[in-house]
Design a protein around this ligand. Structure first.
Ligand SMILES: Cc1cc2nc3c(=O)[nH]c(=O)nc-3n(C[C@H](O)[C@H](O)[C@H](O)COP(=O)(O)OP(=O)(O)OC[C@H]3O[C@@H](n4cnc5c(N)ncnc54)[C@H](O)[C@@H]3O)c2cc1C
Length: 328
């Protein structure tokens, strides 16, 4: 094992100074993903910067009516918060579908966004992996690919983003770094692998997530999070769907949908959302919508089943959300 130093940051600026002065330093919050990575030598930082005591633990309503969640709020505290449960029940349900109660009790919002993508070959250093060692190869493309991506992948990487919370987030990410503060629209926060699979996000060196901001979303109350996985709990999604739909007199007025477990980032279904507006909620429409959502799918040998699974999950999630029921 490579030795590393440990420092506990007492302010956001101190954390930024540590991590920008040392590009091989890593921040640690709840540690539920990072410690696992350290144990199997995926990351070998020269320093760990502990941000877990920083004053980023509030959930507050802004004057504009948004909800601002500090980066160090635990997943449990977000899911259980009365305002989140009332205004964003879909987010609460998605968080509760992830990991275990014990992990959610220490896992933080910032850490959840920053958890690395998953692939059995990335987590096993006996194999080459373009994410660990750019240019070394991607054995998943011809190997075991049951859990891997079917959308937005590249010939360098087919890993998937594993977060449930992120699939249900309609948010802006607030970050702070050596050049000050900035806000990143959530859709631009995570990256597709392209030629740089080693980068999962657009966070720059030295930057730290300070909060996520949830704007008011009037129809967020009618949201469904459907997670399909190999075990009933404590398993990552093979496919998940977050669906919020606004239905009036049997017709869809507005829709917001995203999928998890299918791509290197939470996969927003924008063309399908546009297709659904003005349509009635009937099986033929939902079939067309699901076909559209998976039109560009490129499954691997081991995960062809995900295409049909995703289509069925989309149809079921929209149908249940349209009835105003939260549980699919
Ligand atoms: C057994 C197991 C099962 C799991 N199952 C699921 C599941 O089903 N669904 C799901 O969604 N998740 C699941 N998870 C993942 C879990 O949600 C994440 O590990 C957790 O959210 C990470 O948060 P953390 O605070 O512990 O992050 P850490 O492990 O401390 O950090 C993770 C990464 O984030 C970076 N980081 C942390 N905070 C910040 C910040 N403020 N700014 C910038 N970078 C930061 C760290 O440098 C590190 O790279 C599972 C984890 C385990 C171990």
């Amino acid at each position: 094992m490579k030795n590393f130093s440990y420092v506990r940051a007492t302010s956001v600026s101190e954390a930024i100074a540590h991590s920008s002065n040392n590009p091989s330093a890593l921040l640690i919050a709840g540690g539920t993903n990072l410690v696992d990575r350290l144990k199997v030598f995926l990351d070998q930082p020269s320093q760990l910067v502990d941000v877990s005591r920083l004053d980023l633990k509030q959930i507050e309503t802004t004057p504009e009516g948004s909800i601002r969640i500090g980066a160090l709020v635990t997943n449990t505290a977000v899911a259980d918060h009365p305002q989140i449960r009332r205004k964003y029940p879909l987010l609460s349900r998605a968080i509760l579908a992830g990991a275990s109660q014990q992990i959610r009790n220490v896992a933080t919002v910032g850490g959840n966004l920053m958890q690395r993508t998953r692939c059995v070959y990335y987590y096993d250093t006996a194999f080459e992996c373009n994410k660990r060692q750019p240019g070394s190869g991607c054995p998943a493309i011809t190997g075991v690919s049951r859990s891997n991506a079917i959308l937005g992948a590249s010939d360098r990487c087919v890993a998937v983003h594993p977060s449930d919370m992120c699939v249900a987030l309609a948010a802006v990410v607030e970050v702070e770094g050596p050049r000050g503060k900035r806000q990143i629209p959530f859709a631009e926060f995570h990256r597709l692998p392209g030629n740089t699979p080693q980068r999962d996000t657009n966070l720059e060196v030295g930057e730290l997530i300070t909060a996520v901001i949830l704007p008011p979303l009037p129809f967020a109350q009618s949201g469904v999070y459907l997670k399909l996985r190999d075990r009933a709990s404590y398993a990552f999604a093979l496919v998940s769907v977050a669906a919020a739909v606004d239905v009036s007199s049997g017709r869809i007025r507005n829709a917001r949908l995203a999928m998890g477990g299918v791509a290197h980032k939470p996969w927003r279904l924008l063309p399908m959302e546009q297709f659904l507006v003005g349509k009635s909620v009937e099986d033929a429409t939902l079939r067309q919508a699901a076909d559209l959502a998976l039109r560009d799918a490129k499954p691997l040998t081991g995960n062809k089943f995900k295409v049909e699974l995703a289509k069925r999950a989309i149809r079921r999630a929209i149908a249940v959300a349209a009835k105003g029921e939260g549980i699919a």
